[in-house]
Design a protein around this ligand. Sequence first.
Ligand SMILES: C[S@@+](CC[C@H](N)C(=O)[O-])C[C@H]1O[C@@H](n2cnc3c(N)ncnc32)[C@H](O)[C@@H]1O
Length: 243
Amino acid sequence: MKLYNELAEWWPWMSPHTEYEEEASLYLDIIQRYHPDVKQALEFGSGGGSNAYYLKRHFAMVLSDLSREMLEVSRRLNPECEHIQGDMRNIDAGSTFDLVFIHDAITYFTATSDLLAVMQNAKKHLNKKGILFIMTDQFTETFRPETSHGGIDKDGRGFRYLEWTDDKDPEDFVTETEYLYIMKNEKGEIFRESDSSISGLFSMDTWEKLLAEAGFKTTFERIHYTTETGIYYGMIAEQLSAE
Ligand SMILES: C[S@@+](CC[C@H](N)C(=O)[O-])C[C@H]1O[C@@H](n2cnc3c(N)ncnc32)[C@H](O)[C@@H]1O
């Protein structure tokens, strides 16, 4: 997506980190219930580092992402965290952790073989009692077509977007999202861009089976955001070998 590459500098205007405070605290509650003593965490697909901005207050975090530009945005917000560039299917962070956290970035995989590769790579990065927490955007059971908009003004610049997610073919395992962006720079000049993305749509049963194949036992935890009306679940994956 253009948003994670040539338009990445606009990310803090599209999705400011202040909008992540509630979700980060809901994720932290769940993480601490399953592993009260997380000291070192690794995030795959950490993007602008917005969740990490809140989570890093509770444990040290290494942040990883495919996009060099998004890592640059995150470095400005989280200068104390180590940042590494790579694909979550095969990145090697060179260490093991108490927690691997994957937020919405995993939603972009449209093949179960890719999801399995991510889960296996997460397992390689876990200490014996370490846990994997995945917060995908959607499951077949909970998906609803959605239209949203947002963006803010800050430091003399502005960004607004319209986002439309639909499922053109209910028989396939993907959803389609179209974006329109309007940007205003410091001189007041207006630019417009469009963007699009494809996301995977898999059942909770499929996720659970893939996680089992990668060596995890899964618990689905319902997440109640005050700002969202949809139904969301996080997946806590505990290593079978740690039992
Ligand atoms: C919506 S952003 C993540 C925002 C993040 N949850 C936060 O708290 O700021 C999605 C990110 O996924 C990253 N991404 C997409 N595919 C990836 C892959 N295969 N491996 C690693 N990162 C990936 C993109 O570069 C992008 O930065």
